[in-house]
Unconditional design. Structure first.
Length: 366
C-alpha cells in the first residue's frame, strides 16, 4: 500500500500501523508500536499528535488536509476517519496519509519553470532585436574593409569590429540557450542512442583531432524517462568540455552501466528500497579541474576559458550550468571529480524508468 495507515483507540493506544507509516514517521521497523500510546510513538511529530488529539474532539473530521511535518520537512496529505461500533459510537480514529513531498517538489519545479518560460520569452525577444543590428554591423564593416584595402590600420580595426560583433552574437545565442523555455518531451529513452548522437554532435561542433574516443556502453541497460534532445545537449556539453580540456590530444572514455541509489527519505540505519539507475561517466586524461574551482564550475557564467578566443573553444561558462539543470529535470545528479590519474570525470546518474509505475490515489473517506 502506498498510503500510510495508523489506527488509535479512544484511550490513545495504537492498534494498527503499516510499513508506509513506519517510513514516513521514520519509526524503526523493529520498534514495538502497536499497544503503545500514540503520544509516545509519535513523540517526534507533535503536529500529528495534535491532529489525532483534535480528531477525538471533533465530530466532523477533515477530509484531505495537508500538513508539513516540522520534524522531517515532509509534506503529508491526510484523511481522518472515526471507527464506530455497532451503536454508532466512536471507538477510535484512523489516519490515512500519503507522502506528498515529491508532489510538492514537482509543483515547485512547475512554478520555477513558469518563471523560466517568461524569462526565456523575454530573452528571445531581446535576442531577436539585437541580432539584426549585430548582423548589420558585421556586414557593413566587411563592406568598409574592402573599401579601405590600402590602409592596414583601418583593416585591423575593422577586423576587430567584425570579431567583436561575432562574439556579441555568440553571447546572445548562448544566453538564449540558457534561458530557453524548457519544453520537455519525456519519453522512454535509450541511453545508447543518446550517447551515439551526442558523440556525432560534439564532433560536428568541435573537431576531435588526435583525441582517442572510447565507448563502453553495457548491453541491456534499462531505458530512462527523458527528453532525447535535451539529453544529447547534456552529453554534447560534457564531451566538448573534455575535448577543450585536451586541446586536440589525449583520450576520452565514455562508460554507461547500471547502478543503484538509495531511496530518498528512508529511515536512517534501516535497509532502504534500492532505485535502479543508469550511470554514465565521461572521463578524459586532461589536466582535470583544480580543487579550489570544483565548487564553482557548475555556476552559470563561471569559466576559466578565454572568452576572447571563442573560435578556439573559449566558453561563456554556461555549459555545466545548463547540463546540471537538464539532469535535475530528470531526477538525476551530475557530479564532477578528478580521476586517479588526474583527468576530469563527469558522472551523470539518472533513475531508470520503472515499468508500469502507477500512483495509488488517496482513499476517499467520509
Ligand atoms: N573536462 C574538463 N576538464 C577540466 N576542466 C573542466 C572540464 N570540464 C569543465 N571544466 C571546467 O569547468 C569550467 C566551466 O565549464 P562550462 O560550464 O562548460 O563552461 P565553459 O566550457 O564555457 O568554460 C570550464 O571553464 C573549466 O574550467
Ligand atoms: Mg563548456
Amino acid at each position: 500500500m502506498r498510503n500510510g495507515v495508523l489506527a488509535v483507540t479512544r484511550d490513545g493506544t495504537v492498534v494498527e500501523v503499516n510499513a508506509e507509516a513506519h517510513r514516513i514517521f521514520q519509526l524503526k521497523r523493529t520498534a514495538k508500536v502497536v499497544g503503545r500510546p500514540f503520544t509516545e510513538v509519535l513523540a517526534k511529530h507533535p503536529d500529528i499528535i495534535r491532529v489525532l488529539h483534535s480528531a477525538f474532539e471533533l465530530s466532523h473530521l477533515p477530509n484531505r488536509a495537508e500538513l508539513r511535518l516540522r520534524s522531517t520537512g515532509k509534506v503529508i496529505g491526510y484523511t481522518l476517519s472515526h471507527v464506530k461500533n455497532d451503536r454508532g459510537k466512536s471507538e477510535g480514529v484512523v489516519i490515512f496519509f500519503k507522502d506528498l513531498t515529491k508532489v510538492e517538489q514537482l509543483e515547485e519545479r512547475e512554478r520555477l519553470r513558469d518563471r523560466l518560460v517568461a524569462l526565456g520569452e523575454m530573452a528571445a525577444a531581446i535576442a531577436h532585436e539585437v541580432k539584426n543590428p549585430l548582423a548589420g554591423i558585421e556586414v557593413m564593416a566587411g563592406v568598409l574593409k574592402r573599401q579601405v584595402a590600402g590602409s592596414p590600420d583601418a583593416q585591423s580595426i575593422l577586423t576587430d569590429i567584425i570579431n567583436e560583433a561575432k562574439m556579441a552574437n555568440q553571447i546572445v545565442h548562448e544566453a538564449l540557450e540558457f534561458v530557453r523555455p524548457i519544453r520537455l518531451q519525456v519519453e522512454y529513452t535509450a541511453i545508447a542512442d543518446v550517447i551515439n548522437d551526442s558523440v556525432s554532435l560534439a564532433e560536428s561542433k568541435m573537431p576531435r583531432r588526435d583525441i582517442n574516443l572510447q565507448l563502453h556502453v553495457d548491453a541491456g541497460l534499462p531505458p530512462i524517462q527523458g527528453d532525447h534532445h535535451q539529453l544529447c545537449q547534456l552529453f554534447t556539453n560534457l564531451l566538448i568540455n573534455a575535448f577543450e580540456a585536451l586541446e586536440g590530444k589525449g583520450a576520452v572514455e565514455i562508460t554507461a552501466r547500471e547502478g543503484v541509489t538509495e531511496e530518498e527519505g528512508h529511515v536512517p540505519g534501516e535497509p532502504s528500497a534500492p532505485v535502479r539507475t543508469v550511470v554514465i561517466d565521461i572521463a578524459d586524461d586532461g589536466p582535470g579541474v583544480p580543487g579550489d574551482l570544483r565548487d564553482r564550475i557548475f555556476n552559470a557564467f563561471f569559466t576559466t576559458k578565454d572568452t576572447g578566443t571563442r573560435d578556439m573553444g573559449g566558453g561563456l561558462g554556461l555549459g555545466l550550468a545548463i547540463s546540471a539543470g537538464i539532469v535535475r529535470d530528470f531526477g538525476g545528479t551530475l557530479t564532477g571529480a578528478n580521476g586517479p590519474d588526474g583527468g576530469a570525470v563527469f558522472t551523470v546518474e539518472i533513475p531508470a524508468a520503472e515499468a508500469g509505475e502507477a500512483e495509488c490515489p488517496m482513499p476517499h473517506l467520509t
